[in-house]
Design a protein. Structure first.
Length: 256
């Protein structure tokens, strides 16, 4: 009964939330983004709408992030292109707390590294956001997300983090969903592949071939989690390895 209630509760909350988001997205204007928008620093998306990349973007020197979202109901369609960073770039995409309804999809983000909160490839601290069909390559910390976010069909690979600090693939707050994602071939001093808060669903994900010097966590959730049909395998660590862990009132099933 606990498992059924947790799953039904998660799905019902998302259906209600995304009904409103999809209605808002249907009323958006359309805009194109090219290299000249980020050539001299951050490009602020100040209007709700559907933004489409028309070419690869190279972020060299931003103060807040390559693309900074400062309105509700923004969709960023990478359109098969890549956002890559230099050593001076903070983040490819950043959404500050208080906004909602961000969607990012269909492309790659590469070469963003640094300390958590300052060098995360994608930072979205708002709510009711969706991230789908994204690939993160050679990013120390790939995704740092707020509450009520959804991540689907994303891949994190070849991340290289600090030997001293915690490094993560996907980090989320409460009431989130992560489905059909992969975290592989990454390394750090302490590595957490998927870290989620309270009342989260992690399903059909693969965590494989990662390396940590001190501590490794495959999937780590707080209380009220549903963790099902995941594979955590072939990861290595010098000291402590925890494949799957969760808080009280959680369900862990069909994982290997």
């Amino acid at each position: 009964m606990v498992r059924r209630n947790n799953i039904v509760g998660c799905i019902a909350a998302w259906i209600v939330a995304y009904a409103g988001v999809m209605v808002a997205n249907g009323e958006q204007g359309r805009f194109e983004i090219s290299q000249h928008h980020v050539a001299n620093g951050s490009y602020f998306l100040t209007q709700s709408g559907y933004y489409t990349l028309t070419e690869n973007l190279y972020v060299t020197n931003d103060s807040s992030g390559g693309l900074v979202v400062v309105d509700d109901y923004v969709t960023i369609d990478l359109n098969g292109f890549m956002i890559s960073g230099s050593s001076n770039a903070h983040s490819a995409i950043r959404q500050n707390p208080g906004f909602l309804g961000l969607t990012v999809k269909n492309g790659s983000i590469r070469n963003f590294s640094g300390n958590p909160g300052d060098g995360d490839a994608l930072v979205a601290q708002g709510s009711y956001n969706r991230f789908e069909n994204l690939e993160f390559l050679s990013c120390a910390n790939a995704m740092d997300l707020g509450a009520r976010n959804m991540v689907k069909d994303c891949r994190i690979a070849n991340g290289v983090g600090s030997t001293a600090a915690n490094t993560y693939g996907i980090r989320l707050s409460n009431d989130c969903q992560v489905t059909s994602c992969m975290v592989e071939d990454s390394s750090a001093g302490n590595y957490i592949a998927i870290e989620a808060g309270h009342n989260c669903l992690v399903q059909r994900c693969v965590v494989a071939n990662n390396t940590a010097q001190t501590n490794f966590f495959g999937i780590s959730c707080k209380q009220g989690a549903v963790i099902t049909e995941n594979v955590v395998s072939d990861n290595s660590v010098n000291q402590s390895l925890r494949a799957v862990e969760s808080g009280t009132n959680s369900v862990v099933a069909d994982c290997s």
